[in-house]
Design a binder for this molecule. Structure first.
Ligand code: ZN
Length: 340
């Protein structure tokens, strides 16, 4: 092996001509067909940047979604976006205005077919697609219909399964569900969150993954992390259940993190997407720093199970910084395979 395979958690910054830069809910710069064309251009741009930087498993960088949860919800029937309710989400870490579920949930059409087919037509590399996980979705919505949040989560899992089967048919190799909520509601994740993911992956033959993180490098998260103490042991509660699950890969935060590295041992038998790029810092890591993080993690993860990744998405980052971090990721993954 000349290097460890590389991929990214999911999102990349949108070019400033597509959307307002460096914000989590950016306003689009275009309308209608012009906007769709601009999203397509940005997706191709980041595909090429990932390839040139040396990323092996490439993604659309979520260029077509305003937000990682609402980009999916916009396509779902049964949600009233005009009926917004103020709600504390992720256990009150953020105060958000969220839409309300007002009827039976249905997905009348495909969500990401255009982006998936675009990537497949333009790259020979493995393609990964991200979708929000059921538990994270229901934590970002008010319920005015189901009267049972778990039941609502499984209704979303059915819709995610419908889209995931479509993505697989489009030629996508890896489908990843983003579940930051697993790090907040650890007991619920074990009680039903992983079962909801099983519903979402039912019948898939492609590789499946779950991403569990401590969030984007935004102020609300940085403040929350300060309350978690010296050692972050949230993963300890969820990883053993994930190790027994039918999900193939787990994407986690490692670089500059207070997560004890030995917790990765709890994922034995799974491919581990180790976050070796810090998304909460605008400083671009050197290849040597990335290689050092990889070597440290290799004390706990089998080399054949190791995939070098970013801690989380890079959506709110400055574009040049994100590009620098992609290059550092690939360079570090190569360097880690040479003698230290
Ligand atoms: Zn994340």
């Amino acid at each position: 092996m000349d290097r460890f395979p590389t991929t990214i958690a999911g999102s990349l910054p949108k070019p400033s001509w597509l959307a307002e830069p460096q914000v989590l809910w950016p306003a689009w710069r275009q309308e209608g067909e012009e906007r769709e064309a601009a999203k397509r251009d940005a997706t191709l741009l980041w595909l090429k940047e990932q390839e040139s930087a040396g990323i092996d498993i490439v993604s659309d960088g979520e260029q077509s979604r305003q937000h990682f949860v609402h980009g999916f919800l916009e396509h779902v029937e049964g949600i009233d976006f005009a009926q917004k309710v103020r709600m504390g989400i992720r256990n009150n870490r953020y105060d958000a205005m969220v839409p309300t579920v007002t009827g039976p949930l249905r997905l009348p059409a495909r969500v990401h077919q255009a982006e998936a087919r675009l990537l497949r037509a333009h790259t020979g590399r493995r393609v990964k697609f991200t979708l929000p996980g059921p538990m994270t979705i229901i934590d970002t919505l008010a319920d005015g219909y189901y009267g049972d949040r778990v039941k609502m989560a499984f209704a979303f899992a059915d819709l995610l399964n419908q889209e995931a089967r479509g993505l697989e048919a489009d030629g996508v190799d890896v489908i990843q569900f983003d579940e930051p909520a697993f790090n907040v509601y650890m007991q619920e994740a074990c009680d039903w969150g992983i079962e909801a993911l099983h519903r979402a992956i039912e019948g898939l033959r492609c590789t499946t993954a779950v991403h569990i993180c401590y969030g984007y490098g935004i102020e609300a998260n940085i403040n929350w992390k300060k309350t978690l103490g010296e050692e972050w042991r949230q993963y300890e509660q969820v990883f053993p259940a994930l190790a027994r699950s039918r999900i193939d890969q787990v994407s986690l935060e490692c670089a500059n993190s207070h997560v004890p590295a030995e917790l990765m041992r709890l994922l034995e038998g799974k491919d581990v997407l180790v976050g070796v790029i810090d998304v909460a810092s605008t400083r671009v890591e050197t290849a040597e720093e990335v290689a050092a993080t990889i070597r440290g993690a290799l004390r706990h993860v089998a080399p054949e199970r190791f995939i070098a990744c970013t801690n989380c998405g890079m959506a709110p980052m400055e574009r040049g910084v994100a590009l620098g971090k992609l290059r550092a990721l690939a360079a570090g993954a190569r360097l880690a395979c040479t003698a230290p």
